[in-house]
Design a protein around this ligand. Structure first.
Ligand SMILES: C[S@@+](CC[C@H](N)C(=O)[O-])C[C@H]1O[C@@H](n2cnc3c(N)ncnc32)[C@H](O)[C@@H]1O
Length: 693
């Protein structure tokens, strides 16, 4: 049984558990992460030496070195969006002709190889879709893993390339030494094994990266994640074969439905891809000729594209069908393309999620790292649906994303009622908590917010107390925009390690909005999540510094400050959980991974032994929140509350990340279990020693 000698030891353990999944934030702040770079090549040569010629296919140039949501839209945030200033006229011409996306195959319906109880059928409005079609009348229970999949490709996001292994996605820690490719000096590997595995593709990628860097400008010193992913798919084609490629090719393109500015963006992406894979050069004169020169046409044909239209469709298919690759705690870390999972249609009331319960790396998972998990019971004949958008987004924002990126209008039950007060379940009037503002009489209830794009004054009525008032949508819009811009400033200030400025900006952003709207409202909920992460990161940074200080007094001052920030993070985490659970599971169903991770975060913060640095009244004054939620008393009451949240998180993680034998809930559940075991061992010691009283 574990023994805890003193409070300090217990605190250190709980804190390290708290910060464990905050490795990316920590790495950003820690100067130490940079010094973990081993400047020697894996083969022992100096960094700039010529790549070794080892024979066979294992010639890899290496040099030694070391990040919500399940939602597909996150990939837009992870990876750079590209809108080039100049698009070759040949592409413009080609794109204006358009060709229709692939029609659903004649072979429909068919059963999926990976799970015979799933059938691909033609739907009424959404092309093909996947349906729960067991042989009998068996219900698919929530928590069931419907699909275990190996994506055709998974690629690290721009921010992650320099801190994660290119192959297994393992994050570099302070103790690990990653090998960096000495030729391109960009990609990293955690082991020689990963280097070897990657060499078949990286030998081509490496040259392309070097060529890109040779002509790079300050705007894009490296090819973005979309470009790298598309290129790797093309380079994999010869080794993977035509069946593999045909699966990619059968994905829906939607090119015919795209507006001209969207086609411009697609064309820009295609152009960048060409530039990266060595078709054409960077000189402007030659750009115009890129697809017309015989040599370039031949090069495209060699890569399997008979026409520019085919290349554009390839890019469209990728944009419509790629996924965010995320870690086991849902931190986005790159892109994944998986044609089977891409057959699943969208709903704002999804019954399934796409997750990577052990991270997106391939190692150790014979069936592949990607999972499609049911988060609600599914009846035979029901369609499996996931959300392509962040479920905390407002009605307007969701529709905008779905229309711009996926070219359709959602007809799910919640979209049909829109943001109007209506009855979604039972006969009770229902206000979508994402599109709401506080009751004008402050009764604690909330009212349907006026339409985001509305003009003139609107009357709002509280369904709870009946109070009504007028509100100017324009004023509300201005408040939201100002909060969003302050949030942006806060992120920049944090990157620059300006802690005081970060906190002032967070107060102006989050504090401002909490007065106007409940924590479930858009965009407050996502801001609360971000602010909570930021305060935890600041506290982690201070705790790291504390360990490096020799003076006891300096240590205790840092501890006090770190505690203060953790208390603030705990308050924010409480609001996040309130915002996510307030709709009784209508928006974030019980077991939705995003909600489960939020509960886990709150549990970990509550047991972190953070004591406000100042007395309660002063601590409240210093909060960024005008009305901070009250926390239970420090010590056993707070720990017990934390334990309850951890238990709830564990149950929900087992649903959202799949109830699989021995590994239910993935790495996040394993982490929660470890914390609970340590906590229970500690509480037994406390009880035995009579300290609990
Ligand atoms: C990732 S694909 C889903 C599979 C697709 N239905 C197919 O046949 O390949 C995304 C595309 O499917 C269609 N789609 C997905 N969900 C939809 C929905 N709820 N309503 C209408 N169309 C939808 C849209 O055209 C969208 O761009």
């Amino acid at each position: 049984m574990a023994s805890f000698k003193d409070l300090k030891q217990r605190r250190a353990l709980n804190r390290s558990m708290l910060y464990a999944n905050n490795a990316r934030a920590l790495a950003k702040f820690s100067d130490a992460s940079k010094s973990a770079v081993d400047e020697k090549n894996a083969d022992g040569s100096t960094p700039d030496s010529t790549p070794p010629s080892g024979g066979g296919t294992t010639q890899y140039p290496v040099r030694a070195e070391q990040p919500d949501t399940n939602d597909r839209s996150v990939r837009m945030k992870v990876c750079d969006k590209i809108m080039p200033a100049d698009i070759p006229s040949s592409i413009r011409r080609a794109s204006s002709t358009g060709i229709s996306s692939l029609e659903p195959s004649d072979t429909l319906p068919y059963r999926l190889e990976e799970n015979e109880a799933l059938e691909v059928r033609k739907t009424k409005f959404a092309g093909r879709g996947i349906f729960w079609a067991p042989q009998g009348d068996e219900l698919c229970k929530k928590g069931t893993t419907l699909l275990r999949l190996r994506p055709h490709i998974s690629v690290l996001g721009q921010e992650e390339v320099e801190s994660h292994c290119h192959v297994c996605f393992e994050p570099q820690s302070h103790t690990s030494r990653f090998q960096r490719c000495s030729a391109c000096r960009y990609v990293r590997y955690c082991s020689v094994n990963c280097q070897k595995t990657d060499w078949a593709i990286h030998k081509t990628e490496c040259k392309a990266l070097q060529a890109w860097q040779a002509h790079a400008n300050a705007r894009d010193p490296r090819p973005d994640c979309h470009t790298r992913t598309l290129a790797r798919l093309i380079w994999k084609r010869p080794t993977e074969g035509e069946k593999w490629w045909n699966q990619l090719d059968s994905m829906q393109s939607n090119r015919a439905q795209k507006a001209s500015e969207q086609i411009q963006s697609i064309a820009g992406q295609a152009y960048r891809l060409c530039r990266y894979i060595g078709i054409g050069t960077s000189s402007r004169a030659e750009r115009e000729e890129i697809y017309e020169e015989e040599a370039n046409r031949q090069r495209l044909a060699d890569l399997g594209f008979d026409s520019v239209q085919q290349l554009l469709d390839f890019v469209c298919k990728f944009e419509t069908n790629s996924f965010t690759a995320s870690s086991s705690d849902l931190s986005p870390c790159g892109l994944a393309v998986c044609p089977t999972a891409a057959l699943i249609n969208h709903s704002c009331l999804p019954n399934a999620v796409v997750v990577f319960p052990f991270g997106p790396g391939d190692s150790g998972h014979t069936a592949g790292p990607m999972r499609v998990v049911a988060i609600k019971d599914v009846e035979p004949g029901q369609e499996i649906t996931t959300a392509y958008v962040d479920l905390s987004d407002s009605y307007t924002k969701r529709r905008k994303t779905l229309s711009c990126t996926y070219s359709f209008e959602c007809r799910c039950k919640i979209c049909k009622v829109g943001s109007k007060a209506s009855s979604l379940s039972g006969n009770a009037p229902w206000v979508d908590p994402r599109d709401s503002v506080w009751c004008p009489k402050k009764c604690g209830g909330w009212c349907a917010a006026p339409k985001e794009e509305g003009t003139g004054t609107s009357t709002i009525r509280c369904p709870a107390c009946g109070a009504s008032s007028t509100i100017d949508p324009k004023t509300l819009r201005t408040t939201v925009e100002s909060a969003q811009s302050k949030m942006k400033e806060a992120k920049e200030a944090l990157s620059a390690l300006e802690v005081d400025k970060t906190i002032t900006c967070l107060r102006d952003a989050v504090g401002l909005l909490t007065v106007q709207m409940p924590p479930s409202a858009y965009p407050l909920l996502s801001m609360l999540r971000t602010a909570c992460e930021m305060f935890t990161s600041i506290a982690a940074r201070i705790d790291v510094l504390e360990r490096s200080k020799s003076l006891v007094r300096a240590q205790s001052m840092a501890t006090t400050l770190a505690d203060h920030y953790l208390v603030e993070a705990t308050r924010l985490a409480m609001l996040v959980c309130t915002g996510m659970t307030v709709s009784n599971g209508i928006i974030f169903a019980e077991g939705h991974p995003t909600r489960a991770i939020a509960l886990l975060t709150l549990g970990k913060l509550l047991i972190s032994d953070a004591v406000a640095a100042f007395d309660e009244s002063e601590a409240v004054d210093r909060s960024i929140l005008p009305n901070p939620p009250k926390l239970p008393a420090v010590g056993m009451p707070r720990i017990l509350m934390g334990r309850n949240f951890l238990l709830q998180a564990l149950e929900e993680l087992k649903i959202g990340f799949g109830k699989e034998k021995g590994t239910s809930g993935g790495d996040a559940a394993k982490h929660a279990q470890e914390i609970l075991q340590n906590l229970d061992a500690e509480m037994r010691i406390f009880q035995q020693s009579g300290m609990a009283a």
